[in-house]
Each structure stands twice: as structure tokens, then as C-alpha cells.
Write a protein that binds this ligand. Structure first.
Ligand code: DOR
Ligand code: ZN
Length: 443
């Protein structure tokens, strides 16, 4: 056991942030020493588990600001426990759970229930996101302060799946969360411009004869919300940016000092609307896959910091909601176990980000945006040992049926991707070892 009192773990030969290799000693869930001091201290100690990590990259445990865990309500698609397993296997030590559950996570009671389920699963820290409006109906504000003051200490609020489209409600929500330094995470989609939409509005939708979801429906909300955030001096986070125009709007807002942050999903960094040809609903997602030019703009924006973070929008769906005709299918894709590999393929391999950059966009900044203490911290003495070991040379083929999620709707089925998570540590306790969930982690 690596988490008992006085018991230590020495990780040897791994390269923190892909830089110089340095031994790391973990004692009682905390990084006790780094480098030669770790090697020396481990020699003096009595009960040390040694993990040979030669050739591996060591990063702070990943943090996902946008995960759908489906519990309560759709335990056939995912549970907090199975989603937590997928997260740990993907290198995550913390996930923020979206509130579009049944019942909606719009009260202290429901967010505390999700928090407890996460604590029981013991695989990652699960931080509930609260709904902005009651039942996510966009009619009246939910009890934001009660959720903030609950045991779940909610700081992120979102009606994700739907847009807070009423500008007055959005204004009030932004004003309200200022009191406890909260943030509104907006799903930017003008509903009137996307009624019946099935995919990106463009050449492919015209050819396929599908109702289009135009870029302007996202961009109009982002422009409005940045202006509202300026007006009330509050913090706005924009979920799953998908268009080149959205990038321009975020860049302009940041340049004038707007308190705005933005995320991009792995699937929007890799896939385009061409995937809709063939009508396989595994490629149906909201916002939709866009064009090559959008993908290029999103990658560049993530590299230059205009987009702050990668968030998965992990959206498990039961087979009956995905294996049907396109129009009837639910939008959404699995993401937790493939996110790091897709970021390596789209950002690291082309030279757009190094491992320091990966740590920033997948761990440090998401923790900071979500106000999550103890995660996204430096690999340094005294810090909580929330860590992930990655084999940068490994390649693996994605098989939905083999993923830990209860659902199998990965858009990366059959793809060979680079980089594999081989170990994950939550406060020094191994949740993943040798690329597999640690047996008996719930014991
Ligand atoms: O594709 C999506 N799926 N987009 C969303 O905004 C919601 C999510 C879900 O809950 O399935
Ligand atoms: Zn969304």
C-alpha cells in the first residue's frame, strides 16, 4: 500500500513535464522530495515501494472541467463510479460533473448527492457543477448561493446541454456568482438559430440535406456574453468553442480585459463535419464538428492561450440513443480515456504544445478556473501527490467496448493514437497502475 501512514512511494526515472528525469518521493499522499534528495531519502526509509518509470513523462493529474456522469437518472449510460473509472484511466484526478442529470443538479441536495457518490467511488475528486436555472429550463435562477454554501462548495454553474439564452437571466447569474467568485460556464447556442439543427451548417450539410447549425449561433452568444461579463465585471467561461469566429471574439474580449476563459474539446481539435457523411450518429455532437479551417483555428488558439483549456465534454449515451437514425440520436461523445492521446496527436506531435503546455491546458488552468484546490499544482515538495505517468512512446487502438464507461460511443473507434496513461495517483494512492484500474481500490 502506498497510502498508509509513513509508507512511501519512489517514482524513479520519470521526466516531470517531459523535461529532465528526476526521482519523486511520495509520503503520506504528499510529494516529499524531488531529484537527488528523493533518491537519498528513499534509501534511508524502511518501507518504500519503488515504481520504475524510466522513459515515462510525469504530469500533474489531469482535471476535466466538463464531464457528464449521468447519475442520478441515467445509470444505464454512466454512473459516477464508471465515469470516475474512465477518468482515472484517462489520467484524471479530478472531474467537474455537469448538472444535466435527472433530477437536475440545481439544489444543494442533488449536488451533495453527486459529491458523495464521487467520494464513495474514490477514484477521482468529483466536483459537481450546479445548474444556472431551475431544471435548466431557462426561466428562473436556481439557488446558486445554497449550492455554493453546501458541502459540495459549487463554484461553477452551467445549464450545459442548453444555452442560458435569456440575456437578463444571464446578467443576473453573472452578478450573483460574483459574491463567491463563481463562474458561469455557458453552452453558447442561440436556440432560435439552431431549431432542428443536426450538424454544422455548410457545404456538407447542404450535400446531405441536413438542417444546419450555423457558426453564428455560437458566436452571437459569445459576443453578447463577453459584453455582459464586461458590464457586470464578472467571470464567464465559454464551453466547447467550435468555430474560428469564436476564437476571434475571445481574443478580442481578452485584449480589452474581459474576465473570460474558454475551452475546446479533443473531438473539435481532431474531427470535421466530413464525418457526417455516412450518417453514423457516433459523430453527432453539440456543438457540431466543424470545418478544417475551424480545426486549424482552434489548435492555434489553444497553442497561443486564446483558448485556455481542453475539456472533454465526455457524454456517454446508451446504445439505443446512439444506434438509431441520425435525427433521433442524442448528441455527444465519450472523451475521458482518449483526451490526452488526442491532445498529443493534435498538439504535441505537430509541435504546437510541449508537455509543460499539456500540463497547463489539461490540469493547471482547469483547476484554477474551477477554483479547485489541491489539483493542477506544481510537481514540487509539499504539494499533494495528484499525478499521472504517461508513456509517450506507446501507441494504442481505441475500442469503445474496452473503455471503462458503461457506454461505447467513442468517435475514435479503431483509430491508433499516441501516448498511453500507465499510472494515476490520487493523493499518493494509485488508482491506475500498469495502465489498468487498481483492483480493490474500493476496498
Ligand atoms: O453533445 C453534447 N452532449 N453536447 C451537450 O451540450 C450536452 C451533451 C450531453 O449531455 O449529452
Ligand atoms: Zn454543451
Amino acid at each position: 500500500m502506498s497510502n498508509g501512514h509513513g509508507v512511501s512511494t519512489l517514482i524513479t526515472g520519470a521526466a516531470p513535464y517531459g523535461e529532465e528525469a528526476a526521482d519523486v518521493l511520495i509520503t503520506d499522499g504528499v510529494i516529499a522530495a524531488v531529484g537527488a534528495a528523493a533518491t537519498a531519502a528513499a534509501k534511508r526509509a524502511t518501507d518504500v515501494e519503488v515504481i520504475d518509470a524510466d522513459g515515462l513523462v510525469l504530469l500533474p493529474g489531469l482535471v476535466d472541467l466538463h464531464t457528464h456522469l449521468r447519475e442520478p437518472g441515467r445509470e444505464d449510460a454512466e454512473t459516477v463510479e464508471t465515469g470516475s473509472a474512465a477518468a482515472a484511466l484517462g489520467g484524471y484526478t479530478a472531474v467537474f460533473a455537469m448538472p444535466n442529470t435527472d433530477p437536475t443538479a440545481d439544489t444543494a441536495g442533488v449536488v451533495e448527492q453527486v459529491l458523495r457518490l464521487g467520494e464513495d467511488a474514490r477514484l477521482v475528486d468529483v466536483r459537481p457543477i450546479g445548474a444556472v436555472t431551475v431544471g435548466r429550463k431557462g426561466e428562473r435562477l436556481a439557488e446558486l448561493a445554497a449550492m455554493a454554501g453546501s458541502a459540495a462548495q459549487v463554484r461553477v454553474f452551467s445549464d450545459d446541454g442548453d444555452c442560458v439564452s435569456d440575456p437578463l437571466l444571464m446578467r443576473r447569474a453573472l452578478e450573483y456568482v460574483k459574491a463567491f467568485d463563481g463562474v458561469i460556464a455557458q453552452h453558447a447556442q442561440e436556440p432560435r438559430l439552431t431549431a432542428g439543427a443536426q450538424m454544422h451548417e455548410g457545404d456538407v450539410s447542404a450535400t446531405l440535406g441536413m438542417t444546419g447549425w450555423p457558426a453564428v449561433a455560437e458566436e452571437a452568444i459569445i459576443a453578447r456574453d463577453c459584453l455582459l461579463a464586461d458590464h457586470v465585471g464578472s467571470r464567464l467561461h465559454v464551453c466547447h468553442l467550435s468555430t474560428a469566429g469564436s476564437v476571434e471574439l475571445i481574443a478580442a474580449a481578452k485584449a480589452r480585459g474581459t474576465r473570460v476563459t474558454a475551452e475546446v474539446t479533443p473531438h473539435h481539435l481532431l474531427l470535421t463535419d466530413a464525418r457526417a457523411i455516412g450518417y453514423d450518429p457516433v459523430f453527432k455532437v453539440n456543438p457540431p464538428l466543424r470545418t478544417d479551417a475551424d480545426v486549424a483555428a482552434l489548435r492555434k488558439a489553444l497553442a497561443d492561450g486564446t483558448i485556455d483549456i481542453v475539456a472533454t465534454d465526455h457524454a456517454p449515451h446508451a446504445s439505443e440513443d446512439k444506434e438509431c437514425e441520425w435525427d433521433a440520436a442524442s448528441p455527444g461523445m465519450l472523451g475521458l480515456q482518449t483526451a490526452l492521446s488526442v491532445v498529443v496527436a493534435t498538439m504535441v506531435e505537430p509541435g504546437l504544445l510541449d508537455w509543460r503546455g499539456v500540463a497547463a491546458v489539461m490540469s493547471e488552468r482547469p483547476a484554477a478556473i474551477g477554483g479547485l484546490a489541491g489539483h493542477g499544482r506544481p510537481i514540487a515538495v509539499g504539494e499533494p501527490a495528484n499525478l499521472v505517468l504517461v508513456d509517450p512512446a506507446a501507441r494504442w487502438t481505441v475500442r469503445g467496448a474496452e473503455l471503462a464507461s458503461l457506454s461505447a460511443n467513442t468517435p475514435f473507434e479503431g483509430m491508433e493514437l499516441p501516448a498511453k496513461v500507465v499510472g494515476t495517483f490520487l493523493r499518493g494512492r494509485r488508482t491506475v497502475a500498469g495502465g489498468a484500474l487498481v483492483a480493490g481500490v474500493n476496498a
